[in-house]
Design a protein around this ligand. Sequence first.
Ligand code: ZN
Length: 135
Amino acid sequence: MVGNPCKAVRLDGNPCNSWAVDGSDFCFTHAPTRVAERAAARKRGGLAKHAKHGGDPALVPGEIRDLAGVLLLLDYAKAEIIQLDNGIPRARALIALCDSYVNAIQTGTLEGKLAELQAFAVDLYEQLQERNDGH
Ligand SMILES: [Zn+2]
């Protein structure tokens, strides 16, 4: 059985092409009796788009100015991504996150080694100065 076409006129002036529902003259979108139902459907759709937080945004520094801050942000991103639905976008995000962790950790390791080397050079220089002053 084929229904009746909706009798509403769309905002662009053309007739609505949907089928009337419930024996009325209007489709779901245009049925005056379905206003509350449409609002509820819109709300459900809106809620579905907003996934719950996996991480705590309060743990992310307001301004990130050092490696520790970067790692806190990465930890937050990881907590957010890990709880998303499994799929290609999530896998890509996790792989990108791995790259960011590796870069941050490598940078931190290099900075630490550089600081050690600098301290060693300063110490060596001072020892040489003392030795020269002794003669
Ligand atoms: Zn309609």
